[in-house]
Design a protein around this ligand. Sequence first.
Ligand code: G3P
Length: 221
Amino acid sequence: MKIFLDTANLESIRKYNDMGLLDGITTNPSLMSKEGGNPKDAMEEITKIIKGDVSLEVVSTDYSGMIEEGKRLREYGTNVVVKVPMTPDGLKACKSLSSEGIPVNVTLIFSPNQALLAAKSGAKYVSPFIGRLDDVGQDGMNLIREINEIFENYDFGTEILVASIRHPLHVVDAAKIGADVVTLPPAVLEKMLHHPLTTIGLENFLKDWDKLKSGNPDIKI
Ligand code: G3P
């Protein structure tokens, strides 16, 4: 399973990329707005730091605006994936950009049929938002199960990019289903790194080492 970071925060991107954890990045207008400044600088920097796919989202809602923005976004790097919303114009843009060899991520997917249609339009990724479904009392992870089952029946080549992840258990469940990608807020990835028994275990190892050293201060690893 690939891990993408769902952020435009350069510090977080560098931090987890240095650990070798990141296969890509997803951004959206809200994440850009959260960081402030000129999004162009962030886009330039992110596409330089990350070798894998970087999803950058259009803000136009009409077909020609999306195509124009998509092509401009693609100038930031050959690893740019153009993110378009799951709308009729979005799918039309998805088809055009995909046929020109520009990969597309169709976002704001909330039903299996939307995922099916985005795959038919040639999307490289579909982004189902599971946390937002959980928020309204629906089972977000069930959407991933359904899309996965549908995609296994056919040969679309479209990858399931699980988005709107809220906690580490979402990641475990998505991995068990066999989703292709999870995109994680930095806080969720941070939580996945830690376990209290790891912390206690390390503390005890170091205490015992200090005991050994107190009898012979010249000991070194
Ligand atoms: O990439 C967008 C998606 O992950 C949004 O997440 O937490 O705003 O529902 P959230």
